[in-house]
Design a protein around this ligand. Structure first.
Ligand code: IPM
Ligand code: MG
Length: 405
C-alpha cells in the first residue's frame, strides 16, 4: 500500500492543529512504563509536526479485573471503537494464570480484536544494523532482513467454536476448532498482496495444506486472488518448513501471510532476528476508515513481562515504534512516523541500549546503558534534533537562494 506523504508544519501560536482522539491502554506488567515513554515521543512529534492528541486512559486486562472484576467493560470497548486509534501497552498477569480460572486478562485482548474487527495484525521485522551482534543468529544471515508478517487475527483456533473442556467417553477431553470462511481468508490475503505490491513484490503464504482442510481452503483462496496481482510473486510454504527457513535464510522473505496461531508462533520466532523481542512493534487494523486513516490498535509484541515490571529496565522501543505505525496507518502522519523511525535508529547508533540489548551483546564498550524512561528521552531528543537540522537546512537553502522569510 502506498503511504501518504505529508509535510511538517510549524507549531506557531494560533496555528490550527489537527487533533486526534486516542484511547490509551497502559495495561499490565511493563505496559504502563513503555507506553508512557511512547506517549512522550508521540507528543514530541505532535509539537513538531503540528497536531495534538486527546488521550483517554482506560483500564483493560489484569488491572481491570482488579478494579472492576472483568477484563474489559463494554463501555471501554465502545470508547476504543469511538477513538481514532488505540495505543496499547500489554496485558497478562501471572496471578491470573491458573488454567481453571474463568476470568483471564487475555480475554480482553481477544475481545478487543474481535469487537473492533481488527482482522489483520501487521508485524514488521527489520534488523537495525547496529543490533546485528545482539541476535543469536549469525550476522551474515541478517543482511537484508526486512519482512512484514501479516497474521490473521479474528479467526482460526483463537475464536473457533466449539472450544472447551468437556466430559468424554474416556474421561475429560478438550476441543478447539480451526475454522475459516472464505471471506475471512480473502480479505487478509488481499491486504497482504497490497502490502507486497508496495514493497519487494513477493508474497509467502504459510499453511499446513498437507494435513489441514482449513489450510487447503487458504491455499485455494490465495490462488484465486493471485491473478488480481500479476506483479506479485507468490509462493506457498508449509508452516514447519517455514519455521526453519525463517532462521536459515531470513532475508528471502518479504510479506508473509498466515492464519492466526501460525502467525502468533512465527512472529515470536522472527523477533529473535531483531536481537530482542523489545524491538518489535505491531499494528492491528480493521476495515473501518476514520477521518484520518484505518481504525486500528497499536502495541509492542513483547507482552507484559511481569518479572521486570516497575524497574525502569524494559525496552520502550517496540512501544515507540508502534506509535510510529499508528501515525502512519491510523492518523495519516507518515512524515512524523518516519521521524520516529529515524530517531530510533539514531539513538541506537549513538550507543543507547536498554538491558535486553546489552545482555545479548556481551561487550558494552562504547555503549550507553539506559533505563526505560531515559531511552524515551533520548528518542524525543533525537526527534527534536532532526527537526533543528531540517530547519537549519531550510534556512541555509533560503539564504543561498537569496529569499527571505
Ligand atoms: C500476541 C500474544 C497474544 C496472542 C496473547 C497475549 C493472547 O501472544 O499478541 O502475540 O496469543 O495473540
Ligand atoms: Mg504471541
Amino acid at each position: 500500500m502506498t503511504e501518504p506523504a505529508n509535510q511538517p508544519t510549524a507549531d506557531a501560536p494560533g496555528f490550527p492543529r489537527i487533533g486526534f482522539n486516542l484511547v490509551f491502554v497502559p495495561g499490565d506488567g511493563i505496559g504502563p512504563e513503555v507506553i508512557a515513554a511512547g506517549r512522550r515521543v508521540l507528543e514530541a512529534t505532535g509539537r513538531l509536526f503540528g497536531f495534538r492528541f486527546e488521550w483517554q486512559e482506560i483500564l483493560i486486562g489484569g488491572v481491570a479485573i482488579d478494579a472492576y472484576g472483568v477484563p474489559m467493560r463494554d463501555e471501554d470497548l465502545a470508547a476504543c471503537r469511538d477513538a481514532d486509534a488505540v495505543y496499547f501497552g500489554a496485558i497478562g498477569d501471572p496471578k491470573y494464570d491458573d488454567p481453571t480460572a474463568t476470568v483471564r486478562p487475555e480475554q480482553a485482548l481477544l475481545g478487543l480484536r474481535k469487537g473492533l474487527g481488527l482482522y489483520a495484525n501487521l508485524r514488521p521485522v527489520t534488523v537495525q544494523p547496529v543490533l546485528r551482534a545482539s541476535s543469536p543468529v549469525r550476522e551474515s544471515l541478517l543482511e537484508g532482513v526486512d519482512m512484514m508478517i501479516v497474521r490473521e487475527l479474528t479467526g482460526g483456533l483463537y475464536f473457533g467454536k466449539p472450544s472447551g473442556l468437556r466430559a468424554g467417553p474416556a474421561g475429560r477431553e478438550a476441543v478447539d476448532t480451526l475454522i475459516y470462511s472464505e471471506e475471512e481468508i480473502r480479505r487478509v490475503v488481499r491486504l497482504a498482496f497490497e502490502l507486497a505490491r508496495g514493497r519487494r513484490k513477493k508474497l509467502t503464504s504459510v499453511d499446513k495444506a498437507n494435513i489441514l482442510s482449513s489450510s487447503r481452503l487458504w491455499r485455494t483462496i490465495v490462488e484465486e486472488v493471485r491473478p488480481e496481482y500479476p506483479d506479485v510473486t507468490v509462493e506457498h510454504r508449509l508452516v514447519d518448513a517455514c519455521a526453519m527457513t525463517l532462521i536459515q535464510r531470513p532475508a528471502v522473505f518479504d510479506v508473509l501471510v498466515t492464519e492466526n496461531l501460525f502467525g502468533d508462533i512465527l512472529s515470536d520466532e522472527a523477533s529473535v532476528l531483531a536481537g530482542s523481542l523489545g524491538m518489535l512493534p505491531s499494528a492491528s487494523i480493521g476495515e473501518r476508515q476514520t477521518a484520518h486513516g484505518l481504525h486500528g490498535m497499536y502495541e509492542p509484541i513483547h507482552g507484559s513481562a511481569p518479572d521486570i515490571a516497575g524497574k525502569d529496565i524494559a525496552n520502550p522501543l517496540a512501544a515507540i515504534l508502534s506509535g510510529a505505525m499508528m501515525l502512519r496507518w491510523s492518523l495519516g502522519q507518515n512524515a512524523a512516523a518516519v521521524a520516529i523511525e529515524r530517531a530510533v535508529t539514531a539513538v541506537l547508533t549513538a550507543g543507547y541500549r536498554t538491558a535486553d540489548l546489552l545482555s545479548a551483546t556481551g561487550d558494552a564498550t562504547g555503549l550507553r546503558p539506559v533505563g526505560t524512561q531515559a531511552m524515551g528521552d533520548a528518542v524525543v531528543a533525537a526527534i527534536e534534533n532532526q527537526e533543528h537540522t531540517a530547519a537549519e537546512d531550510g534556512e541555509r537553502a533560503t539564504a543561498l537562494s537569496g529569499g527571505s522569510r
